[in-house]
Design a protein around this ligand. Structure first.
Ligand code: SF4
Length: 243
C-alpha cells in the first residue's frame, strides 16, 4: 500500500481531539488544494509532491499492522493524501486491523470524493468536502480539481451511514474565507446535516496562520451553532511531518 508516513501522535482535529492515535497516512491524492491564502494543503508532500523522498513508499499491509502492534493504542486514524483512492488495500487493511484487538476505534479521514462498502467497517468517517476556496486557480490542476472535488453520490452515501446508525460521521470544513459559509449551508441543506456534526477549522499550515484565523472562526461558530475545531498538533509541534 502506498504510504507517506506511519506515526504515533494525538488526534489534533475534530471530535476525537486529544486521543492518542496511530496514524496511517497514505500517499497521493486525487485533488490539489490551494487555499485562498495561497497556502497549499498541510500535507502537500502527499498530494502536490508525492515523490517526496521522505514518503515511505509501497509498504506491505503486514508491516503496517506490525508497526501498529508496536504501539497498540486504541485509536487508529487512516488519513492522507486521500486513502480512498486505494479501496482494495483499504478494505484488507481495515480487516487486518480489526483482527488485532476488540476495542479499536478507527477514523477514516477523506475528502468525500469516493465511497465503498468498506466504509461500514469504520467507526468515524471524518469527511472534509473541499469548497471552491480550495481550488488552485491559474495552475495546471485547476480544471481537474474543480471537476473532482464534489461527488454528490459519495457524500450522500456517507451521510446515509450516519442516518442509519451504521457509523458516526463528522463534516469538517477548512474555513478560509467568509464566502465558504454559503457553500457549507448549501451542503447542509442538500444532505440535511445537523449543526452539531459540522466543524469549522481554520486554514493554516503553521501556528501563526491559525492564531490569525482562530477568533474570527470561533465567532462564526457561535453565530451559526457550528462546532469549532482547532489543529492542536500544528499548534504544538509546528509545520512538521509525523505529528
Ligand atoms: S484533499 Fe486533502 S490531502 Fe488532498 S490536496 Fe486537499 S487537503 Fe491535501
Amino acid at each position: 500500500m502506498k504510504i507517506s508516513e506511519l506515526f504515533y501522535s494525538i488526534q489534533g482535529e475534530g471530535k476525537r481531539t486529544g486521543n492518542p492515535s496511530f496514524f496511517i497516512r497514505t500517499n497521493h491524492c486525487n485533488l490539489r488544494c490551494q487555499f485562498a491564502s495561497g497556502n497549499l494543503c498541510d500535507t502537500s508532500y502527499t498530494s502536490w509532491f508525492p515523490d517526496n523522498e521522505y514518503n515511505l513508499g509501497d509498504i506491505p499491509i503486514e508491516d503496517i499492522i506490525n508497526e501498529y502492534n508496536n504501539i497498540g493504542c486504541d485509536d487508529i486514524v487512516i488519513t492522507g493524501g486521500e486513502p480512498t483512492i486505494f479501496p482494495h488495500e483499504l478494505r484488507i487493511l481495515i480487516e487486518k486491523l480489526r483482527e488485532t484487538r476488540d476495542n479499536l476505534f478507527i477514523t477514516l479521514e477523506t475528502n468525500g470524493t469516493n465511497f465503498g462498502d468498506y466504509f461500514k467497517e469504520i467507526d468515524l468517517i471524518s469527511v472534509s468536502p473541499k469548497l471552491s476556496s480550495s481550488t488552485p486557480y491559474k495552475t495546471s490542476y485547476e480544471k481537474m480539481h474543480e471537476n473532482s472535488r464534489f461527488n454528490k453520490d459519495s457524500l450522500f452515501n456517507i451521510n446515509q451511514l450516519k442516518n442509519y446508525g451504521i457509523c458516526d460521521v463528522q463534516w469538517k470544513f477548512v474555513f478560509s474565507r467568509n464566502e465558504d459559509l454559503e457553500e457549507i449551508y448549501k451542503l447542509k441543506e442538500l444532505f440535511n446535516i445537523k449543526h452539531h456534526d459540522i466543524y469549522l477549522m481554520p486554514e493554516g499550515i503553521n501556528k501563526k496562520d491559525l492564531d490569525r484565523n482562530r477568533e474570527h472562526i470561533i465567532e462564526i461558530c457561535k453565530n451559526h451553532n457550528f462546532r469549532y475545531s482547532d489543529r492542536i498538533h500544528i499548534i504544538t509541534y509546528g509545520n512538521k511531518r509525523g505529528i
